[in-house]
Write a protein that binds this ligand. Structure first.
Ligand SMILES: *Cc1c(COP(=O)(O)O)cnc(C)c1O
Length: 496
């Protein structure tokens, strides 16, 4: 197989291997790693349509992670996509009123981040071994809710790793807090800080940048790494489920081999939709990529005008995982449509840092024809949940509902007979209160777990293990520290 190397989006130079890129996360110049050449699927859809999720994931990941042996990669895949998922299909398709929901929430934390964070720890430890790194890897993360738990669940019990998650005390939802502080696994640590999310994030950045601390920890056999969504170890595993969705549609006779489909993705950091774009680049027959935003509609404005402008009010919505004004993964697309010109891309990113905005050229806009952007307001999102429930009984979470509403807008704007797949990014049980309030505002008077029971009843869906578990689980993590105590607690944890 042809070797694929990775390079930065911000400068040119010799490429590095996939395992090196996974270990580094971000390039030294602040750019993101991209494959120097797009590989192509080397199996037919007919062959892929007969495979299990794990087998197909291997066929996709092997194209990008070419320095992993077959045995290494298969072992990572087997350990990631196992009984921790509540269905053997891993990512099932549900046909509901004119579209297919690709349910990416059957993993241990019932949201799509599991699809990448379940495998990242194994890719990281394998990469460490391949590159002669003998230190234990310490993951540090600041979280405003969701990513923290998905990262904890992914790294829990993985030998050679430790994970420390910081979250703002009182700044995450009660369910999110319970999910984190009840996390089992000797290598997991959760610390509340007396500050907000930005302070937690700055604190983590400072610890990453502390050379003295790095040296002190290296002497004890540790090195820091991040589980950030820009790591190719998170991006590439996400490409697999789009190919899988297509293969399943072929297997079920819903599309003919080669017939194009559209994909709708509720978007925040642009990681999930970029994965769909990569799936298209390697040969999955995808026509339009529909980018769905909530009221933080920077991306809609970008597709409409060619200008990316983050200078605007940050809006808190009922789809918090999409409340983002800087979609970091968009940089990979900008680099691509700038003709893989690192200098040009860097100039845009510098403008984004200094003035909060940049405008792409007409030639670049020409290349965005495969993308369609739109957004859903809070009211439209709630309305989409209520309507689909009343018409079909199917209950979506708030993020997925943004996608569904934007799909309706797309259908009336762009004539297309293609089969459509909507990425369903979270279980409705993850955002129970917003979902139930959308169905009937009277539910707001009820307690969190009462609502869980009610959702299970009206939707006729079993309560996921992830929710049952936290109902009665013991609180394991009780540390609360001041912002300026973050470094001390990291040192303390690592000397235990
Ligand atoms: C992270 C997340 C998203 C956004 O995905 P991106 O890759 O950041 O675009 C959407 N929905 C849910 C539930 C998420 O957790």
């Amino acid at each position: 197989m042809e070797e694929i190397l990775f390079k930065s989006t911000r400068s040119d130079g010799a490429g590095i291997t996939a395992s090196e890129a996974i270990l580094k996360g971000l390039a030294d110049d602040g750019g993101l790693f991209v494959p120097m050449k797009m590989p192509c699927l080397d199996k037919t859809m007919d062959e892929l349509s007969k495979m299990t999720y794990q087998e197909l994931a291997y066929e996709v990941m092997k194209l990008f992670f070419t320095d992993f042996t077959e045995e290494e990669l298969k072992s990572c895949i087997e350990r990631a996509y196992d009984e921790k998922f509540d269905t053997e299909e891993i990512a099932p398709l549900a046909e509901v009123e004119g579209a297919y929901f690709l349910e990416l929430f059957h993993g241990p934390t019932i949201a799509f981040k599991d699809m990448a964070l379940q495998i990242l720890p194994h890719l990281l430890t394998t990469s460490a071994k391949k590159n002669g790194v003998t230190n234990d890897i310490v993951i540090l993360t600041a979280t405003s809710g969701d990513t923290g738990k998905a990262a904890l669940a992914g790294f829990a019990g993985v030998e050679g790793t430790h994970i420390i998650v910081f979250y703002p005390h009182g700044g995450v939802s009660p369910i999110q807090e319970r999910q984190m502080v009840t996390q089992k696994g000797d290598n997991t640590h959760v610390v509340a800080i007396e500050g907000n999310f930005d302070e937690a994030q700055t604190g983590v950045k400072n610890i990453f940048g502390d050379k003295e601390l790095a040296k002190e920890l290296a002497d004890k056999g540790y090195q820091f790494s991040s589980a950030n969504s820009i790591n190719i170890g998170r991006l590439i595993p996400q490409v697999a489920y789009y190919v899988y969705a297509y293969a399943k549609l072929v297997a079920a006779g819903k599309v003919g081999e080669g017939e194009k489909i559209n994909v709708v993705v509720p978007t925040g950091n642009f990681g999930n939709i970029l994965a769909a774009y990569y799936a298209k680049c390697i040969g999955a027959p995808i026509d339009k990529l529909v980018c769905a935003s909530n009221e933080n509609k920077v991306l809609f404005d970008f597709f409409a005008s060619g200008e990316y402008d983050r200078n605007r009010e940050f809006i808190l919505t009922s789809s918090p995982s999409m409340d983002i004004l800087i979609s970091s993964n968009l940089e990979r697309l900008i680099y691509k449509i700038a003709g893989e010109d690192a200098e040009a891309n860097k100039a845009f990113m510098d403008q984004l840092t200094s003035g909060g905005k940049y405008e792409i050229t007409p030639e670049m806009r020409e290349q965005l024809k495969d993308f369609y952007g739109n957004f859903a307001t809070e009211e439209e999102t709630a309305d989409a949940i209520k309507r689909l429930y009343e018409e079909t009984g199917y209950i979506m979470d708030t993020h997925t509902a943004v996608g569904r509403r934007v799909f309706e807008k797309f259908k009336s704007d762009v004539p297309s007979d293609n089969v459509t797949v909507i990425a369903s990014t979270a279980s409705p049980f993850k955002f129970t209160r917003s979902v139930m309030n959308a169905i009937d505002p009277a539910y707001d008077a009820k307690g969190d777990f009462e609502l869980v029971d009610e959702l299970s009843r009206i939707g006729n869906i079993k309560i996921p293990k992830a929710i049952e578990e936290i109902r009665n689980a013991d609180i394991i993590h009780k540390d609360v520290v001041e912002v300026n105590g973050m470094k001390d607690i990291v040192e303390k944890i690592l000397s235990e």
